[in-house]
Design a protein. Structure first.
Length: 111
């Protein structure tokens, strides 16, 4: 599943830990992300079943992700549909995860 920003949710360690059903895996991801993002991330913040569609969302995706909120408000399936692509918020993702840009470009090719 490709997220609004182009990241592949199926490769997200948070989603993988959620699907495992393992408290230990969620704790492991919380520690990794706490260091990576210099934040106090708890295991319950990790639980996520992907940013699109039904199901549980991580604390970040549900409450903090400006990209997800923007796409939902504009009824977009991804950022690639936006006239201001890539915006400043998306630029951060693309600079840190180049595969996201490739995923978004593939969505254009499919349509």
């Amino acid at each position: 599943m490709i997220a609004y920003c182009g990241l592949d949710c199926s490769k997200c360690i948070g989603l993988i830990a959620t699907k495992s059903g393992s408290k230990e895996e969620l704790e492991k991801v919380a520690k990794i992300w706490s260091i990576q993002f210099d934040a106090d991330i708890k295991p319950e913040h990790i639980v996520c079943e992907g940013c699109k569609g039904p199901g549980r969302k991580s604390h970040h995706c549900n409450n903090l992700c400006k990209i997800r909120a923007c796409c939902i408000s504009k009824n977009f399936q991804s950022c690639i549909e936006c006239k201001v692509y890539p915006c400043e918020d998306l630029r951060f993702v693309l600079d840190n995860a180049p595969e996201a840009k490739n995923n978004l470009e593939k969505l254009v090719e499919k349509s």
